[in-house]
Design a protein around this ligand. Sequence first.
Ligand code: NAP
Length: 256
Amino acid sequence: MPTPFDLTDRVALVTGAGRGIGREIARTLADAGADIVAVGQTAEGLEEAAAEVRQRGRRGLAVVADVSDSLQVDAAVERAIGEFGRIDILVNAAGIARHSASEETSDDDWRRIIAVNLDGTYWCCRAVGRHMLERGSGAIVNIASMSGSIVNVPQPQAAYNASKAAVIQLTRSLASEWASRGVRVNSVSPGYIATAMTELGLKPHPDWRATWLAMTPMGRLGNPVDVAYAVWYLASDASAFATGTDLIVDGGYTVR
Ligand code: NAP
């Protein structure tokens, strides 16, 4: 019997699908029945993601695009619609993190973080949102972060924190504009998740791990699938009355 979580024959475009959280989201949505357009910069990971989707009996397509470039985003969305006919679900998981003291952060680092995390999320919402509004239906899930509402320690990462706070407020703004036209927009805010992004931060600073775990009431890093299940809920009809919400998945970090 179909449940409201069933995504059979829906088409989902997932950015950052080549690895980490985005890759797990692609697998999870495919397991729920969706066809997947995997978008990112590195062809190899995207091709692997698309192959995993096809192994699950769904259609999988890899499309290379830098989400910080609106022309590349528009072209990727056009290609996805050309190949699969429509997009029902958009998940914006592409993102980057860099650590530097604010007084030393370069123009290039600041611009790149905002360009990928904030501009990229907006370009994708705009391109896919136009298409969803035309069809009168769609669900968008933006991967924000608990860093959008708390300040992580000990690592300095003001640009990242600001970009994620902006993603949460962008999500709420789009939700308000598009709610009456059938398009829902929500975000998921992970705490520390075991991915390459986290490992990259820990490599030069292994001592940060103890602080992160001590500040996470569950005492562990999350797994990408912990985030993917939250995305599944917000992408599916199970969340039909939810829009503009930020679902925090952080092992309890933000309750303290
Ligand atoms: P990750 O393993 O570093 O993966 C990031 C993904 O984003 C990669 O697939 C990467 O693909 C893609 N990407 C980066 N820049 C891109 C660009 N300009 N255009 C297209 N794709 C781009 O990181 P993750 O941990 O899975 O993070 C996924 C999302 O969750 C990010 O938005 C991150 O901020 C958020 N998040 C992560 C954590 C955590 O603890 N890991 C916590 C909170 C929020 P390429 O390598 O091909 O560029």
